[in-house]
Design a protein around this ligand. Structure first.
Ligand code: GDP
Length: 199
């Protein structure tokens, strides 16, 4: 049996502004997608067990890049630029989508996309557009609800149920919080299985 991934052994590889700059690293890839401010950087830092390794989001208008992290020589985590800044110019939004879409359709591309959604708000139209786009291309994705600490017991389960319905009722979101680390271990196990099963 393969040893579980050692998450603390993560290092930043590089940022790429264009998929042609993508390094030739022969590791399975997992992409992390989400609306800006969904809690993506915080969750990645919790996943890696390393405060500050992933820089928290910058203001709209900053260069948007794919940030690559190699985990334990086993996995390449591709942090996609957060989308959906309402105030960003159309041209810039188009550039982000083109970067994301180029990467997602590149070879070998990600085995799985973690789709981050704020537990309080449910999927936004930009999330649903990306999900539809992934479904149309047969790219596997897993919903991950963020900021679960913001809600208590009942309302959390209600929101998770509503989120499952909004996503078409097929995939139950994994509930996480980078504040109290709820669900972080489950997320690690999910990714561990993803890598070991070699599917
Ligand atoms: P990103 O833009 O998706 O990378 O989001 P960040 O990780 O920068 O987080 C956006 C904001 O949400 C920051 O103010 C964080 O402190 C806050 N945040 C992120 N994760 C959590 C969480 O699990 N719980 C709570 N309560 N706040 C969070």
């Amino acid at each position: 049996m393969t040893a579980p991934i050692h998450w603390e052994s993560t290092h930043f590889v590089q940022s790429v502004a264009d998929t042609r700059q993508f390094p030739g690293i022969a590791l399975p890839q997992v992409a992390i997608a989400g609306h800006s401010n969904v809690g993506k950087s915080s969750l990645l830092n919790a996943l890696f067990g390393r405060k500050g390794l992933v820089k928290t989001s910058k203001a709209p208008g900053c260069t948007r890049l794919l940030n690559l992290f190699e985990v334990d020589g086993r996995l390449l985590v591709v942090d996609l630029p957060g989308y959906g800044f309402a105030r960003a110019p159309k041209k810039e939004q188009a550039r982000w989508s083109s970067l994301i879409e180029h990467y997602l359709t590149s070879e070998p591309g990600p085995k799985l996309v973690l789709m981050l959604l704020d537990i309080r708000h449910g999927p936004k139209s930009s999330d649903l557009r990306l999900i539809e786009w992934l479904n149309a291309r047969g790219i596997r994705w897993q919903p991950v609800a963020t900021k679960a600490d913001k809600l208590s017991g009942n309302s959390r389960s209600n929101r998770l149920r509503e989120m499952t319905d909004a996503l078409g009722g097929m995939l139950a979101p994994l509930s996480t919080s980078s504040l109290n680390k709820r669900g972080v271990e489950n997320l690690r196990e999910l990714l561990d299985r993803e890598i070991s099963e070699g599917n």
